[in-house]
Design a protein around this ligand. Sequence first.
Ligand SMILES: *Cc1c(COP(=O)(O)O)cnc(C)c1O
Length: 366
Amino acid sequence: MTRVYNFSAGPAALPEPVLRQAAEEMLDWHGVGCGVMEMSHRGKEFTAIVEQAEADFRELLAIPAGYKVLFLQGGATQQFAQIPMNLLAGGSADYLVTGSWSKKAYKEAQHIAAAIGGSVRLAGSTESEAFTRLLRADEISLDPNAAYVHLCTNETIHGVELRDADDLPATSAPIVADMSSHILSRPVDVSRYGMIYAGAQKNIGPSGLVMVVIRDDLLGRAAAVTPSVMDYRVMADNGSMLNTPPTYAIYIAGLVFRWLKAQGGLAAIEARAVEKAKLLYDLLDTNPFYENRVAPASRSRMNVPFLLRDESLNEAFLAGAREAGLTQLKGHKSVGGMRASIYNAMPLAGVAALVDYMRDFAARHG
Ligand SMILES: *Cc1c(COP(=O)(O)O)cnc(C)c1O
């Protein structure tokens, strides 16, 4: 068996030790005679798995008291609807649009607000600049009475990342952040957010699962039409198990959390992410064969879109990469070119192999 270096934006590569452990435990988890997928979600074995996963997640992110951690379903996209259903409460919400994902969230919120009452405001957008940078503070106009402010802290498609909590807009309204594609890649001051959410398939585990971290005072505001499984308070009151949760996805997420702790936690993970990203951006900035159009201060450490200056070589680039064991490098169709997603599970050696291949390809075709 040969495993490739998989640069997929999501579902993305998982840490190999996690996959090996899951394989070993597939038929018989800890001697109970069946696998995790076959267990009752209310039995003591699975209860131990989910409790440990939550404890490890809380420890990694240093989540303060006063926040619930929910294991929900439907991916981050379902949250685009659930957030206004739960938090709009007939008021107005501000949306910052800095890429495809925050734009989708904004559109969905408009759709929900039209149905349940309330309104949604565009509080800033970089769309006219093709989402190649973050918003500056002077471009953001916030409503001081907003029910919440929504933003996406890492735009997976455009490769734009808000890294420093100090760059958050100054507001007394709760900040709701889609962190799907960079959660657990660096420490975060959770206390600055009302809610953080992340689809699992980028940096946590299998698709379908979505992690929600929500401040207690934001529970219990859902619109009357909100289905029970979509109501944060109902799910919090039921330990995310009003119905059957995605048990296997939670188990894998738990293994990933353990692995992250064994790597030294988020400070150590961040140091590795900085090193990996620097290796790739340095090549993009010094080799005229390639180009990354994102403003340097806004560049994502997780998702690195880039272009070949001669786009007629795209197919040859991808075919050669596949031969070298470097896969899933094709860019998102809305942006074109290439994209290397270098999440926590991508080892430095994988990025080094990519950079070597890119240097070599440029030398051969430049
Ligand atoms: C992938 C992604 C989503 C959508 O996740 P689904 O699980 O497909 O719903 C939303 N936001 C961001 C930032 C993403 O990267």
